[in-house]
Design a protein around this ligand. Structure first.
Ligand code: TYD
Ligand code: MG
Length: 455
C-alpha cells in the first residue's frame, strides 16, 4: 500500500520537495518552505484502491447540446479575446504587471456586463471601496449596477456568492485572498492555489463566471499567476509598456476560443479606450522612410496587424557586441543574424544590434523573420526601404524563405492602409488584394541581392 506522503512547497518559486529545509534548493531563498496541505486527502488518507468508488458514467463523443450561450460585454476588443463573449460557469485569469491597468479594465468590463443585465459582483482585496468608487466616477461608471465589496477572507466571499447569486464575480486580486484552511500568508503559493481552487470549483458548481486578477511578480517574493493557469479555462495577459499608452490583452490559453487572440486598448485620462484599427495606431508615429525601419505585416490571433520594426546597427565600443531586443525573441534575433552571416556573407561581428517593435507590441510569429532581416540590413547599409512596402516571411536555417499562413489577410490589411508593395516568400497569392505588387523571393540571398544590392 502506498504511504501517504507529505509534500513541502517553496512559497517563492513553487518548487516542491519531500522534506523540509531552511533554504529552498531550487531558488535559494531562506524560510520559504511550508508544508503543503492537501485539499481533499488529509494526512493518513488510505490508498485509493482500498475502498471501492462509484462506477463512472460513461458516454461517447456525440452531442446534441448547443454550444454554451455567450454574453457580450459590448467591448468588442474584450469579447473577441474571450473567444466571442463570456461563457457561463467559466474561470478566467487576467494577469499583468502591477499598474498596467487590470483593475481599470475589469471595472469597465464589470460595468458593461452589468449594464447588459449580467448580475456582477466586484470584490476588491487591494483597495477600499471608496477608492474603487472614485475610479468608477473618473470613468463615468457610477450608474452601472455593479455590486461592490472590499474583502479578502475567502470564506466570506464564498458565502456572499452563495446568498447574492451573482452571474459574474471579479476577484481583484487573487494574491490578496486568504483561505483560513491554509496556514500561510496571503500571496504565498499555497494560499493562491487554495483560493483559486475554491473559487474555480465554486464557479463550475454554481454556474458562475469568475475572473481572477493576478499580478505578475518579479521572481521570488509572492506567487505569480502561473500557479493558477492550469486551473482556469481562459488565461489572458494584459501587456504594454508603462511609458506607452497602448495596452494589449492577449489570450494565451482559451478552452472556449482561439488562443493568441489580441485586443488593443489605449490608456486615456478617462480609462481604457478600445482601438478598433490597431495597424493605423501602430504606424501612426511613422515619419518619412528611414534606415532601419520596416513595416511587418503580421497576424495576431485572427487579425492582421501591421507594425513598424526598427533596428539600429552601430560599431561596438565593447569587446562583446550588444544585442538588445524589445518586443521580439532574442534567440530568434540571434538566428537571423547567424543566417545572414553564414548564408549571405554579411557579418555583424563587432557591431551592436538593437531591435525594437514600435508601439509596445510583443511579436512571436516566425513570419517576422524576414522583416527583422530587412530592418537589420537597412540599418547596416544605412539604406531606407521604399515607403509603402510591407514585409513578411519565415527564414529557415538554410537561408531559404518559407511561405507563411494568411498571405491574403496580410496583403488586404496592407492595401487598406495605403501600402502598394509586399516583399514575401515565393508561393503566396494576393487573392482579394489584387492591387498589391508582390515581390517574391525563394531565399534570403536573392532577397538581399535584390533589395540591398549586396550579398
Ligand atoms: P490600475 O487599473 O490600477 O492597474 P493594476 O490594477 O493593473 O495595478 O491602473 C493603474 C494606472 O492606470 C495608473 O497608473 C493610472 C492609470 N489610469 C489612467 O491613466 N487613466 C484612468 O482613467 C485610470 C482609471 C487609470
Ligand atoms: Mg489593481
Amino acid at each position: 500500500m502506498a504511504k501517504a506522503t507529505t509534500t513541502f512547497t517553496c512559497n517563492a518559486c513553487g518548487a516542491s520537495s519531500t522534506k523540509w529545509s531552511g533554504r529552498c534548493d531550487a531558488c535559494g531563498d531562506w524560510n520559504t518552505i511550508t508544508e503543503d496541505t492537501p485539499l481533499s486527502a488529509g494526512p493518513g488518507a488510505k490508498s485509493i484502491g482500498a475502498k471501492r468508488g462509484n462506477a463512472l458514467h460513461i458516454t461517447d463523443l456525440s452531442t446534441e447540446e448547443a454550444p454554451p450561450p455567450r454574453t457580450l460585454s459590448g467591448m468588442t476588443e474584450l469579447d473577441r479575446v474571450l473567444g466571442g463573449g463570456l461563457v457561463p460557469a467559466s474561470a478566467i485569469l487576467v494577469g499583468g504587471d502591477p499598474g498596467i491597468g487590470k483593475s481599470t479594465l475589469l471595472l469597465q468590463a464589470a460595468a458593461r456586463f452589468a449594464q447588459n443585465g449580467v448580475k456582477t459582483l466586484y470584490v476588491t482585496g487591494e483597495e477600499a471601496s471608496a477608492q474603487v468608487r472614485m475610479r468608477a466616477q473618473r470613468l463615468g461608471l457610477n450608474d452601472a449596477p455593479v455590486q461592490l465589496a472590499a474583502a479578502t477572507a475567502l470564506r466570506d466571499i464564498l458565502t456572499t456568492m452563495e446568498t447574492e447569486k451573482p452571474q459574474l464575480v471579479i476577484i481583484d486580486s487573487i494574491q490578496t485572498m486568504w483561505a483560513d484552511t491554509v496556514d500561510s500568508a496571503p500571496g504565498s503559493v499555497s494560499q493562491v492555489r487554495a483560493a483559486a481552487h475554491e473559487l474555480t470549483s465554486f464557479a463550475k458548481r454554481k454556474g458562475v463566471s469568475v475572473v481572477l486578477v493576478g499580478h505578475v511578480t518579479k521572481e521570488g517574493q509572492i506567487a505569480g499567476p502561473r500557479v493558477v493557469e492550469h486551473m482556469v479555462d481562459t488565461v489572458l495577459y494584459f501587456e504594454g509598456e508603462r511609458g506607452h499608452q497602448f495596452r494589449i490583452l492577449r489570450s494565451v490559453k482559451n478552452r472556449f476560443g482561439p488562443a493568441d487572440e489580441i485586443g488593443v486598448f489605449e490608456m486615456t485620462g478617462a480609462g481604457l479606450a478600445e482601438v478598433a484599427n490597431p495597424s493605423a495606431l501602430f504606424l501612426s508615429g511613422r515619419g518619412a522612410p528611414s534606415p532601419g525601419s520596416v513595416v511587418f505585416a503580421g497576424i495576431e490571433g485572427t487579425r492582421p496587424v501591421l507594425v513598424e520594426m526598427q533596428a539600429l546597427v552601430a560599431p561596438s565600443p565593447h569587446a562583446q557586441a550588444r544585442r538588445a531586443v524589445v518586443g521580439w525573441d532574442s534567440a530568434r534575433l540571434a538566428m537571423v543574424l547567424a543566417v545572414l552571416e553564414a548564408r549571405c556573407g554579411i557579418p555583424f561581428t563587432g557591431l551592436d544590434v538593437y531591435l525594437n517593435v514600435a508601439g509596445g507590441l510583443k511579436i512571436s510569429e516566425p513570419a517576422a523573420d524576414l522583416a527583422v532581416a530587412a530592418a537589420l540590413l537597412s540599418a547596416r547599409e544605412d539604406a531606407a526601404l521604399p515607403a509603402e512596402t510591407v514585409i513578411f516571411g519565415e527564414i529557415s536555417l538554410s537561408g531559404a524563405l518559407r511561405p507563411v499562413g494568411q498571405t491574403e489577410n496580410r496583403l488586404k490589411e496592407a492595401q487598406k492602409l495605403g501600402f502598394t508593395t509586399a516583399l514575401s516568400p515565393s508561393g503566396g497569392k494576393p487573392g482579394g488584394a489584387a492591387g498589391m505588387t508582390l515581390n517574391q523571393f525563394s531565399d534570403l540571398t536573392g532577397f538581399v541581392g535584390d533589395i540591398f544590392g549586396a550579398g
